[in-house]
Ligand binder design. Structure first.
Ligand code: GAF
Length: 396
């Protein structure tokens, strides 16, 4: 079945749906991945972050079923990756528990599970997924799926959920079902994003403000360097950083590290072991950098934020210790070739770096990064540009 008048991802997901399940879905929903401009590992410390939604997105086509079965398929064909060989994964919604779903089906299953926990009766469903968010690139491919499925299932179930509820729902799916102790950054960006804007998030009360951020209008681009170094937030590093932050807050006698100000750092140094102190210093200074970035964006536009991106990267590399040689090289090579600033983005331990690049330096910066990776003997990174795009919604 060809759909000549539809955007390619919508046509692709409709095609996948009809060939796996027959007929048409009840609707198609879309949720984007994100780039975090600045404010890393601040969300679970109840602090501040400044992400934006990108044009790469997950599309899901869903149709309610009269029973409690979920059948899932994806357009992605990667026989080396479990669940991506073109098969249909089948799940019983009544027996969902952590570990009961496999491969990428953990994300839709986790959302159905979390909706069940909050007492929303979810019907069985057939689902086809098409996602252009690269998996494992640190651009939140998992939250893109979860957000698209959450708005779709909420609608099919007739539940009116506010953005704040959807954020907590998808966080519960990640924490309790997928097993990654992540915060609220990614889904907030996916659900709240607007073209030409970054989203200033206060992760304590989920209040959010759209901040104009249009690099292209300032003659700039955001280059993503996907190092292709695999990472997983369901594994040790992310959880241990989170645990160190929570322990530090307890020792310092505050509800969360958001309540520690730069002026408190000398006292914190006296009370904490050196490593934990550096973790705290990252979070406290990163919150400051978020505010400073917003101030500079408002006053001077994107050209002025380069040094803040650089400082953020240094803090993640040296104090929070979540970078890796490939990310450090991407940042250094981009800077040397003319980027105004660069930093790793997302949870770290792999994934992507971003560089703020004058449009007339784009090719030179890309070439320099590729050459540096080759010289270092690292795998060839994936390079592409992103810009702030619209957030999640129903498209059909
Ligand atoms: C990952 C998590 F999912 C977010 O909640 C956030 O903590 C981020 O890492 C680090 O800023 O993307």
């Amino acid at each position: 079945m060809t759909q000549p008048n539809l955007p390619a991802p919508t046509a692709a997901v409709l095609e996948a749906f009809s060939s796996a399940f027959g007929g048409a879905p009840d609707g198609v929903w879309r949720a984007p991945g994100r780039v975090n401009l600045i404010g890393e590992h601040t969300d679970y410390n109840e602090g501040f972050a400044l992400p934006f939604a990108i044009g790469l997105a997950a599309h899901v086509a869903l149709r309610a079923r009269p029973d409690r079965t979920a059948r899932l398929t994806t357009t992605r064909r990667d026989p080396g990756r479990p669940g991506h060989g073109g098969e249909v994964i089948e799940l019983d919604l009544d027996t969902l528990s952590k570990g009961s779903a496999r491969a990428w089906s953990v994300y839709p299953a986790g959302v159905a599970w979390a909706l069940g926990l909050r007492g929303t009766p979810v019907p069985g469903f057939d689902l086809a997924l098409d996602s252009t968010v690269p998996v494992g690139a640190g651009l939140s491919s998992s939250h893109a799926i979860e957000c698209a499925v959450a708005i779709a299932l909420a609608e099919l179930a007739g539940a009116e959920l506010r953005v704040e509820d959807l954020v907590l729902l998808t966080q519960q799916a990640e924490n309790g079902f997928v097993g990654a102790p992540t915060g609220i950054l990614d889904q907030s960006a996916s659900l709240r994003g607007e073209a030409g804007h970054a989203v200033l998030l206060d992760c304590r009360d989920q209040s959010a403000e759209l901040i104009p951020f249009d690099p292209a209008a300032a003659g700039l681009g955001i280059l993503v360097v996907d190092t292709t170094v695999a990472h997983s937030h369901a594994e040790g590093g992310y959880a241990s950083r989170r645990a160190a932050c929570e322990l530090a807050a307890e020792v310092l006698g505050v509800p969360a590290l958001r309540d520690v100000s730069p002026a408190d750092l000398p006292e914190a140094r006296a009370l904490l072991d050196p490593t934990t102190f550096r973790r705290v210093r990252h979070v406290v200074t990163e919150d400051e950098r978020v505010h400073e970035t917003v101030r500079v964006l408002r006053a001077d536009g994107p050209r002025g934020i380069g040094p803040l991106l650089d400082a953020s990267h240094a803090s993640m590399r040296d104090d929070f210790e979540i970078s890796c040689p490939e990310l450090d090289l991407a940042v250094a090579a981009a800077r040397e070739a003319g980027a105004l600033g660069a930093r790793m983005t997302g949870g770290g331990f792999g994934g992507s770096a971003i560089a703020l690049v004058p449009l007339d330096r784009g090719d030179a910066v890309s070439a320099a990064v590729l050459a540096a990776f080759e010289k270092a003997g690292f795998a060839r990174p994936e390079l592409f540009s992103v810009s702030p795009a619209g957030g999640a919604g129903r498209v059909l």
